[in-house]
Design a protein around this ligand. Sequence first.
Ligand code: SAH
Length: 369
Amino acid sequence: MNSATVSAKPAAINLLDFDRKGLQAFFAELGEKPFRATQLLKWIYQEGMTDFDEMTNLSKALRGYLQENCRIEPPTLVAEQLAADGTCKWAVETRCGNRVETVYIPEERRATLCVSSQIGCALACRFCSTAQQGFNRNLSVAEIIGQVYLAQQRLGPEKKITNVVLMGMGEPLLNFDNVVAAMNLMMDDFSYGLSKRRVTVSTSGVVPAMNRLNEVCDVSMAVSLHAPNDELRDQLVPINVKYPLKELMAACREYARTGPRKHITFEYVMLDGVNDTAQDANALVKLLKNVPSKVNLIPFNPFPQSQYRCSSGAAIIRFRDVLNNAGIVATIRKTRGEDIDAACGQLVGQVQDKSRRHLKLQLAEAARP
Ligand code: SAH
């Protein structure tokens, strides 16, 4: 008998894997009323309770059942790094020994948590260090909401997370169901209760999933655009070959019409001599003509082996001014946490069994009706 069979208690159910609907279904199977779900959410996310015996408003029998069969298990926090500007980066290890990264960015009036959605990434955006990691697997709901759970635990009750952005490692819309359930938990009044304007999913442009998200979950949307035409975007963000700008812009228009913010935030990384001329800015103005937009210009953050350089400050300002003069709100993203490699595109974690073999499958899944 090997050690695996010795500890052969069936894998307990991790309750962090369920949003409210999921918990209600779980309790229904046990013959329990739906309100058990909100009781449990409060215990877990608002009280930080992990011991079922202490959950005094649950019946003794139910507590016993949960004790026996369930667990509340976020991933394991294995490292914490604090940057000079107060940004904090955590490395979080999953059961399979991979690591993803989560970043906390405090500002004067808000505090944003940047959460990862996949172990690595199967998309091959040329300027992103996560892309160099390859892809291992999707994070579970527990591993996504667990990043918020752990961060809030480390920060303590005084420092509230006010915003969550799914801008860490991975393409959130290629892990659709788990990301939606985790975002539901972020916004649930019995859990973290964040407003839908303060939860943002960032996508490289998985068009069918953007359309589907419109129907199931009301969150803010950011799109990683980075180029004003298909020719350049095909190179920088290769998923553009599958979903070119015409389709992407149509999906953005539709999402902006119904989404909570009534606009799309476009992220545009500033690459010296690649996408940063006044001509590029003018082309971008044209492209965004019929889409309610805000543009966030991101100074490129270098990483080992990156082939690009960041645009000069003057080029970034010129680019912003062209947009502003055309009536598009454009801001320059302040780089945070670069001394601990916590800035955009610098998150790498530790990805085992790197491969992009799952990309086809992920795209097929995203295109399901
Ligand atoms: N896959 C999603 C989520 C990642 S978000 C997406 O593409 O939107 C991370 C953001 O940082 C994206 O806008 C990404 O394009 C940008 N980014 C990636 N690498 C970067 C780098 N080296 N410097 C600056 N921004 C980068």
